[in-house]
Design a protein around this ligand. Sequence first.
Ligand code: GCO
Ligand code: MG
Length: 404
Amino acid sequence: MADRIERVEVLVASPTRNYVTLRVTTADGIVGLGDATVNGRELAVASYLRDHVGPLLIGMDPSRIEDTWQYLYRGVYWRRGPVTMAAIGAIDMALWDILGKRAQMPVYQLLGGRVRDAIPYYSHAFGWDIPALLDSVREHQERGETYIRVQSGVPGLDKVYGVSKDPNYEPAGRGARPSEEHFDPGAYMRHLPKVLTAVRELVGPDVKLLHDAHHRLTPIQAARLAKSVEEFDLFWLEDVTPAEDQEAFRLVRNASTTPLAVGEVFNTIWDCQRLIEERLIDYIRTAIVHVGGISHARKVFALAEVHGVKAGPHGPSDVSPIALAASIHMAAATHNWGVQEYMGYPAQVHEAFPHAWSAADGMLQPGDAPGLGVDLDESILAASPYVPAYLPTARTLDGAVLDW
Ligand code: GCO
Ligand code: MG
């Protein structure tokens, strides 16, 4: 007789930052884990899972992964959006984890087996000024990393996305409401070429440099920036303008050959469709957790493959080691994979989620444990209750709200 889902639990904990973890247990005693974290909206996803979706899963056959996905997406009138899709994503991951444990195989084998020997990752270098950034870049190079994202402070601005005094950069601040910061696109756009000149001079031509503009620029500013940094040969320029206005990417595309990466805030293949089909981007960044899990991410990456676009998923520290495992397993088995983001985690997070995947010399490995190969240390999670924390809000210099 087919196995069935017996228990669905949601654990919200804050080992240095908040994570929402789903644990699905079957009648045969197999445990599957999924990540459902949406930075700053953790409790909404937890309630969606606990109050609405979890009870529906009881008694279902855990091996019907695609059918469960369709049931939770198509079978529900209210669909899409980060909360819904992260909840579905966590369930999907947990079911793939269960299937792997039942088959005694790592998930990448179930996805068709390896297409590469190791998965390159990019790490985050940052500094308040250029000398501090160059020190940070050197440290990353000493670790054997060859894909490095570079972010720097901007003269005249006291807070800047991607830059922090804390070596474990975490943009969400604890507290009941978001902090606020001001952004000046002119100062930023004038400064970035200086930063990239210095970094390129330090690392030479071979290191792959990435930069995240984090949705701050208007379409014409974005086009100008992409053009002005062309000579630095970026591996990608990320989120150069907000992707709600997808036609804007044509303007950027027409202005420059700087490779473009977008999509960490996308939740379905339909959000990605136009940019991929019209070849307006080079890398699609949907995170496995926020795009409804492995089952749906596979379709996004297959669509991308047809159009010469590669996967470069989001992997910040607000995506838990379970979701990162799902990404690494997919990367091992997906041909059109560009690079995986890997910010690293504080020690407490590695301890709370012991994992078979590993990162060394700029490369990730999924490990050979069955399923996704990630476990939970419940005592650490129990000792670290949820703490309200929010990403900042950005404003222009005249005080109007700007995309953060
Ligand atoms: C990235 C992202 C992050 C996001 C954060 C939001 O490229 O890693 O832009 O820094 O801001 O993950 O939760
Ligand atoms: Mg980003």
